[in-house]
Ligand binder design. Structure first.
Ligand SMILES: [Zn+2]
Length: 283
């Protein structure tokens, strides 16, 4: 479904621009306008932020008090939706199906008009305004993952694209054996939305802080084939700098698999992610 049609169906028409000025507002002094042209002190400041990605910084963009209750109810509804459809299915759930599940199951409940406007504004806002400078592989909130294009990787709850990703993951498994695990595969629009908003929620509404470690919805290459790997038994540490101490990381580096999407000191506003496998070096 095209976005315009979806909006018409929902009876929204124009997006609620007045609703979320903090998401749409330009940050002061063009802070994130182009890191490459930064004078030395600003570059230093940028790198400091990225190295301390999980801490709030003075000019971080926050969700304001007016919008906060709508943001919060959206997060809670998404969590209920994930519980309803199951963790695995939620990874590839598209926006339109998510809305109908919510509408049809009272345990989740219909997304309100305000929540939908909030999601629209968040999806289509330029993420540079709060600090995320990466590309946007999924352009429309209604973009879908076709089930026939993907396979579910056994025991992982994750999906991979048949054409783009499975072969690479299989090669990695052949080389590394049982030690390596797929920690995150394809993430559709809904999944990335929830991961991002959950992170914003746990950082008390801080959009900039969240976007330093999680791509906003639409901006994640997990929507396009990239995936994350880890070492079996390493749990959440697989998503921290500790991963670089594992055998899996050392072997992957040695074999040349680590063409990273977000290398150390990248200029995209994103922390170093040594576990994230970029599937197409040209994208
Ligand atoms: Zn990743």
């Amino acid at each position: 479904m095209k976005r315009r049609y979806l909006l018409k169906t929902l009876g929204l028409g124009a997006v609620g621009l007045g609703l979320a000025p903090e998401i749409l507002a330009r940050t002061t002094r063009g802070y994130f306008a182009g890191v490459n042209e930064y004078p030395d002190d600003e570059l230093k400041d940028y790198l400091h932020k990225i190295q301390n990605f999980n801490h709030p910084h003075n000019d971080d963009v926050q969700i304001g008090s007016v919008l906060y209750p709508i943001f919060e109810s959206t997060v809670m509804r998404m969590r209920r939706l994930q519980k309803l459809v199951g963790y695995g299915n939620f990874n590839i759930l598209n926006f339109s199906n998510g809305l109908s599940f919510a509408r049809n199951y009272p345990d989740v409940g219909k997304f309100t008009k305000e929540e939908l406007q909030f999601m629209e504004v968040t999806f289509y806002a330029d993420s540079k305004r709060y600090g995320f400078l990466g590309e946007k592989p999924l352009k429309e909130i209604t973009d879908k993952v076709n089930k026939k294009d993907v396979i579910k990787v056994p025991y992982s709850g994750n999906y991979l694209y048949k054409e783009r990703s499975v072969e690479i993951f299989e090669d990695i498994k052949k080389e590394l054996g049982e030690k390596v695990v797929l920690t995150s595969g394809i993430r559709g629009v809904m999944k990335q939305f929830m991961l991002f908003l959950n992170k914003v929620y746990s950082s008390e509404g801080n959009l900039s802080l969240a976007s330093r470690s999680l791509a906003p919805p639409g901006y994640s290459f997990h929507g396009n084939g990239d995936f994350d790997v880890g070492q079996v038994g390493y749990g959440k540490l697989n998503f921290t700098g500790h991963f670089t101490k594992t055998d899996v990381y050392k072997k992957l580096a040695e074999l040349g698999y680590l063409k990273l999407r977000y290398p150390q000191d990248n200029k995209l506003g994103v922390r170093y992610e040594p576990w994230h496998i970029k599937i197409n070096a040209d994208v």
